[in-house]
Design a protein. Structure first.
Length: 480
């Protein structure tokens, strides 16, 4: 019964309160006049800008919003946007932060809608800053490199309240760049393996801009200067000789990359469909593609993209290996770590390098193969260990020698493989087959060295504090 009376009493008090506050002017009297309307910059604070420089788009526009709030935002209000002086900038920012901020000169920008007259219905207004990247770039290149050019904008009003915590927009010019369209990856290596065809996705993206402001497209095609590009590639990669892929073996799913405003990546990837018809086994093929044109004038087109396709050796080039041909100073000579397991054609057995002690050599763990006859062109293959405890190579050094001793000076580095460029597998019981390598001279001994390995997602190498090991189920070799 007492609770019932309490609820009735509370209800009566609330009715009395609302009857007293029903008058709007009485409600406004509860707040000081300076809080009836308050102006502020919606996204105030520091903003880093990377400007785009284009002859077709000579200005860079940045918009922001000024809002009107308070206990009675229906009131009219007046304010304006002004640029902070160098003296005020130094006092408030340069000296306290120990940064050499410099106010952009007037010739580099213009302010639109800087005079803000809010009617009773308006709760926000848009302001725009128009910057001239070409002039700003001259300042960046010619001035003191320690200068950080900024446009410090301040919201001020002679008649109305301004939120002092949200009245500054600090535009920092980080860089002035020319928009560049590039392939998402510059190259890729693939292998036909046992297939007669393969498909590779190639993406494109716009870089050197903080935000893509354009709808545009770029055309691509098989490079017209393919022979020149091939010669350059072979000069820079002497152990990885390639020949040109015949154009008839390459099909493009699209020849135009389309870009939409706001997206840095192309709407669709190009798919290269490659067939092995008429190709020579044991050969690396070179597929260069380039940007041909762009609908947006002034964009830099970064070229080219290389696809390296290996048509592998056939079975007639496979080198039969036996345990007597293998040697390593790093083998665990117990039941599960024997070197002979690499050539026993059993995916469930494996060779295990030391795990009871660690190697200090810069080339990591290794094993050597004595060849039945000298070779110069070759490819390797292996199978990772099965189960949960596989420790897989993520960097491989391949050496050749005609002496075959432990002295590294008697060995010549032929090729380096890594997980990024050569897609080395890091999953259990997985087969890998490399591209074809060409040594500068024939050799009678091959060394497989692993300075970096991965176990359960963790990279390990000598001196890392987690000196790993290495294990493989099978090793294979082709050559001539």
């Amino acid at each position: 019964m007492k609770k019932k009376y309490l609820f009735l009493l509370l209800g009566g008090c609330l009715m009395a309160l609302f009857s007293c506050d029903n008058n709007e002017s009485d409600y406004q009297d509860l707040f000081p006049e300076e809080y009836h309307k308050i102006l502020y910059i919606k996204d105030s604070g520091s903003v880093e800008l990377e400007l785009s420089q284009l002859s077709s788009t000579p200005t860079y526009n940045y918009s922001f919003i000024v809002c009107k709030a308070g206990s009675n935002p229906t009131l009219e209000a007046n304010a304006h946007i002004e640029v902070m002086s160098q003296k005020e900038l130094d006092e408030k920012y340069s000296i306290p932060e120990a940064v050499n901020y410099k106010v952009l000169p007037k010739k580099t920008y213009s302010l639109e809608n800087s005079e803000l007259l809010f009617t009773s219905e308006e709760l926000h207004k848009y302001c725009n800053v128009s910057l001239t990247p070409s002039i700003i770039k001259e300042l960046l290149e010619e001035g003191n490199p320690s200068n950080l050019w900024v446009l410090p904008l301040k919201l001020v009003s002679a008649s109305d309240s301004v939120n002092s915590d949200k009245n500054i927009l600090f535009l920092k010019i980080v860089a002035v760049n020319t928009p560049t369209v590039k392939f998402s990856n510059t190259s890729k290596k693939v292998n036909f393996g046992n297939s007669s065809s393969l498909s590779v996705n190639v993406g494109a993206e716009i870089v050197n801009v903080s935000n893509n402001q354009w709808n545009f497209s770029c055309e691509v095609d098989y490079a017209s200067d393919a022979t020149v590009l091939l010669d350059e590639y072979n000069q820079n990669n002497p152990a990885f000789k390639c020949v040109l892929m015949p154009i008839q073996n390459v099909a493009f799913s699209i020849k135009t990359f389309e870009f939409e405003q706001g997206d840095s990546k192309s709407m669709k990837d190009l798919v290269l469909n490659i067939t092995s018809d008429g190709l020579i086994s044991g050969t690396n093929y070179f597929v260069p593609i380039k940007f041909v044109s762009c609908t947006e004038e002034g964009f830099v087109l970064e070229n080219p993209y290389y696809l390296i396709v290996t048509n592998p050796f056939g079975n007639n080039a496979k080198i039969t290996l036996n345990p007597e041909q293998l040697s390593s100073p790093h083998s665990e000579q117990n039941h599960e770590g024997r070197l002979e397991c690499l050539v026993d054609n059993n995916r469930d057995t494996f060779w295990h390098a030391w795990y009871s002690k660690y190697v200090s050599s810069e080339i990591g763990y290794y094993f050597d193969v004595k060849l039945p006859a000298p070779i110069s062109d070759f490819s390797i293959g292996y199978t990772t260990r099965s189960g949960d405890y596989h420790e897989d190579p993520v960097t491989i050094y391949l050496y050749g020698s005609n002496i075959g001793d432990d002295n590294l000076s008697n060995w010549t580095l032929i090729a380096t493989l890594n997980s990024e460029t050569d897609a080395l597998p890091t999953t259990a019981s997985t087969d890998y087959k490399s591209s074809v390598f060409t040594a500068s001279a024939s050799f009678s001994y091959l060394r497989f060295a692993c300075p970096r390995s991965m176990r359960m997602g963790e990279i390990r190498y000598p001196g890392s504090g987690r000196d790993g090991s290495l294990n493989l189920a099978e090793f294979r070799l082709w050559g001539k």
